[in-house]
Design a protein around this ligand. Sequence first.
Ligand code: URP
Ligand code: ZN
Ligand code: ZN
Length: 472
Amino acid sequence: MSSVDTIVIQGGRVVSTSGATAADVIVEGERIAAVVAPASVASMAATTSGARVVDAAGCYVVPGGVDVHTHLQLPMSPEATSSDTFETGSAAAAWGGTTTLIDFAGQMKGMHVRDAVEERLAEADGQCAIDYGFHLSMGDVDEIALKEMGSLVDEGITSFKFFMAYPGVYYSDDGQILRAMQRSAELGALTMMHAENGIAIDVLRDQAASRGDTGSVWHGRTRPSRLESEAVHRAAALAEVAGAPLYIVHLTSGDALEQVTWARQRGLNVFAETCPQYLYLSIDEHLDQPGIDGLRHICSPPLRHHENHDTLWKGLRRDELAVVSTDHCPFCDNEKLLGTDDFRVTPNGLGSIEHRMDLIHAGVIAGEISVARWVETCSTTPARLFGMYPQKGVIAPGSDADIVVYDPTVTQILGTDTHHMNLDHSVWEGMEIPGQVRTVISRGSFVIDDRTYVGRAGHGQFLRRDVSDLLV
Ligand code: URP
Ligand code: ZN
Ligand code: ZN
C-alpha cells in the first residue's frame, strides 16, 4: 500500500452537495489539509516539498463513497454464505470508489447481542482495505438486548435494524419493534427497517409453492409492492408513536415511496435508501427468466416492474430518497441453484458493491440527477445519517482524506471478466457505463492508483460512529 505524507490533487473539479468547483486538494497524513484555488500559491508550494502530485485534469474529485448496507460473508443458511469476504468485498468496494462500508452484526433468536457483535468484529479485524463499521441486526428483542443497545451506542454501533419480513428467522413483531424504537429514541440511535409484511408474504409463498408455481418469478409475484408499502406505513406509524427517527432500507417501489413522502410531509424524521438494482433491473426482464438466469436475480424485496425505475430516480432527485446503498449480498451459482425446484430455497441477494458509484453516476450522465446529488446520496448523506460526518462524506479541511478521482469520460463494460467481487456471475453483465474510478485514497493512503490496486487488507479501521447530526 502506497502512503506518502503529502498528496496534492491538482486540476480536477471537487464535488460537494452544492456542485462541482475547480479546486486543488492538499492531503497531509491521513487528513485533508486544504482545498485551494487551482494552481494557487498554496497548491504550488505544496508540490515543491516532495509531495506526490495527482493529475486530476478532466476528472471529478469526490468524497469517497459510503455504502451503509452490505452483507459480507453472511451465512444465509447452512448451505449458503455470501461469497465476498471482508477482504474481497472491501477491495471490490474500493475499486468502485467506496471508501467506507457499514455491514451488520446479526443477533439471531436466543443469541446475546454482545456475542453477535464480538463475533463480527473478530471476523472483520485485519481484513478490510477500507474503513468499516457495523449496525446491529436485532432478531430477538428482549430486556437484555434493549439494555445492551446503550453500551453499543457508546461503542460506536449507533444504528439498529429490524425485520418485518422473514418470520421465524429475523422477524420482529410490532410490539418488539415499538419497544426497540422507544429505546432508540432515548439513545439518539437510528432504527433501520426491512419493510415487507412477512407474515402475509409467507402465506402467498406457500400458496404458490403448493400450486406448483416454484420458478423464480414467483419470488417477485408473492412479494407484491403493496405489502412493502403497507409495512413502510406501519413502520412510520410506530416510529411516530415512539418519537424515533426511521430509515427504510432497500426501498423498491413507487407504492412504498408514497408512504415515505406521506411520512415526511407529516413532519416525521423518516428517511429511505434505494439500491442500484431497483433503479435498473426488473421482474419482467430479469427475474422472470428460466433456470440460473432468474435465480441470480432473486433478492428481497424483489425486483419490480420497469415503471418504478423512473419514480425512484425522481425520488432521488427530489430528496424523497436520501441514500443509495447496495445491499450487497452475493451468492455464487452453486448456491443460487439450490432454488432450482423451489424459489423459496434460493439464498436472497445480489452483488453490486463495486458498481454503485458508477451506476448512479450513469444517472447523472442520463440527466436523472445532478452531480451534486450523486455525491450527496452516495457519500455525504449516508455519512451524516450514520454518524460519520464530517470525518467522512466531504472534502474539507480536517476530514479524513478519503478521496476518489473519477474520470467521467471513460466508458467501461461491467461483467465477470473485469469485476473484482468474489462472484462467478454478474447481474450487470455487458452493461456499458459512462465513467470510471481512476484513483482512490483512503485516509491518505492509495488503495487504487491509476487503475492499479495497491491496497492492503488491514488498512481499514473499525469506525466508532457517533449518533447522527441529522436526526434532531
Ligand atoms: O435479498 C437480500 N436483500 N438479501 C440480504 C438480506 C436483506 O434482506 O437485506
Ligand atoms: Zn433486508
Ligand atoms: Zn440487506
